[in-house]
Design a protein. Structure first.
Length: 422
């Protein structure tokens, strides 16, 4: 799903008396008007006063307005066929909140992640919170059903990062392993619009690589997209260093392909892929996989050559750090940008989630990967040395720490979370 601000709305209410009917009609009208005022695109599914034989169907976002009490069973039936993100919306009026809390607990007992968003009145629904809650619910559904791929297997140095899904496999996620030859075959078959190469070069603030290098990297991008689409993968990771004999790297391909509806990591690192997937699913933004390159008293320096172009304020085209070949990305993000970092360990079922603040980026240091971002994470920084979580971490822009931690805990991870920039 790419536009998760499109929200479907249903209402549940008790079928008691004309006075209640008038109250319900006014409540629904007020709530929908407040959504319009908030700039949301909504689709109203109707008012349900008894358990329906079939409720709304879909896999995007659904908000159920619990208008009155006595609606717990109706709420469960309305939610029963929904496969996307779900939030219950309540007020203190007419036992709305009481019914919402009971229904939400029943849904969670059934394995459905849902939160209750309480507003003072139906004229003032906290729609931003509704979107955040339903996004988190959508993330649980997406991660639970996701198909992941690993191309070529994990790199040999990933001794603490086995290709496992842990709690996600328990909930239905799958991991398919394919040889690198499957990707290379599609590179030879790929069709490319050369205008894309011109656009990538034109939009860069600087470039030290040739157009031919960009074109070759984009052929790999097309092949990777085709393979992931054919296999039905939401996310994939590639043993990218094995591409070096062909003179091309996956850095540019990953920087373009990473978006909320596609998560692509490198080095065959499955735990990092899952970390990226969790951040993207909750935030609706791309995520970046990075090396932990340096640690200070209250900061961490992250670096890698694959920063998503959609997240960059600006970028420079350069070469891949270790090989000096092909195309790598040196990205800039504004100082003070809030970020969220995550590292999942599916084998131990542990996760670390940290809120931080970008201190500086695009440092230009020649002895590390091309995109370099120093992030303030507070007193937790030395803990990365005392209690290592592994090398790679994932990062996205924005503070989604609380929702990411909540989602991962619901999925079965033991989570350490920290608002590190404070």
């Amino acid at each position: 799903m790419t536009d998760r601000e499109d929200l479907r709305v249903a209402a549940v209410a008790s079928p008691i008396g004309p006075d209640v009917r008038s109250f319900v009609e006014e409540a629904v009208s007020s709530a929908l008007k407040s959504a319009e005022t908030a700039g949301l695109k909504t689709s109203f599914e109707g008012v349900f006063t008894e358990p329906p034989q079939e409720g709304p169907r879909g896999d995007n976002l659904l908000a159920i307005l619990v208008i009155t009490g006595g609606t717990e069973s109706t709420t469960l039936h309305v939610a029963s066929g929904w496969r996307g993100g779900l939030a219950l919306v309540a007020t203190p009026l007419a036992n709305s909140l009481a019914a919402s809390l009971e229904a939400a607990r029943a849904l969670r007992q059934r394995g459905v992640y849902v939160r209750v968003v309480k507003s003072v009145s139906w004229k003032d629904v906290a729609w931003r919170e509704v979107i955040e809650a339903s996004r988190a619910s959508w993330a649980v559904q997406k991660l639970s059903r996701a198909k992941f791929g690993i191309i070529g297997g994990p790199s040999s140095w990933l001794v603490a990062s086995p290709p496992e899904l842990g709690p996600l496999r328990d909930r239905g996620a799958s991991l398919e392993v394919v040889p690198l030859s499957e990707l290379l075959r599609r590179v030879g078959e790929s069709q490319l619009n050369l205008d894309e190469a011109d656009k990538v070069i034109r939009e860069a603030s600087d470039s030290t690589v040739s157009k031919e290098d960009v074109v070759e990297a984009l052929h790999l991008k097309e092949a990777l997209l085709k393979l992931a689409t054919e296999r039905g993968w939401w996310g994939a990771t590639i043993r990218c260093f094995d591409l070096l004999p062909s003179g091309v790297t996956a850095c540019l391909a990953l920087s373009i392909l990473n978006r909320p509806d596609m998560v692509i990591g490198c080095e065959g690192d499955v735990p990092s892929l899952l970390s990226m997937a969790a951040l993207s699913a909750v935030s609706g933004r791309p995520a970046w996989m990075a090396n932990t390159t340096d640690v200070g008293p209250d900061w961490v320096l992250l670096s890698h050559c694959t920063f998503p172009l959609r997240m960059a304020e600006s970028y420079r085209l350069t070469t891949h750090f270790e090989s000096g070949l092909s195309v790598g990305i040196d990205a800039f993000i504004p100082e003070g940008s809030p970020v969220t970092l995550a590292r999942l360990d599916p084998r131990s079922r542990e996760a670390l989630v940290i809120a931080g603040e970008a201190l500086e980026s695009s440092l230009g240091r020649e002895t590390m990967c091309r995109t370099q971002i120093r992030v303030k994470i507070g007193p937790l920084a030395p803990e990365l040395l005392r209690r290592p979580v592994g090398n790679h971490v994932a990062m996205t822009l924005g503070d989604y720490t609380e929702d990411v931690a909540d989602v991962l805990e619901f999925l079965g991870f033991f989570v350490r979370s920290h608002h590190g920039s404070t």
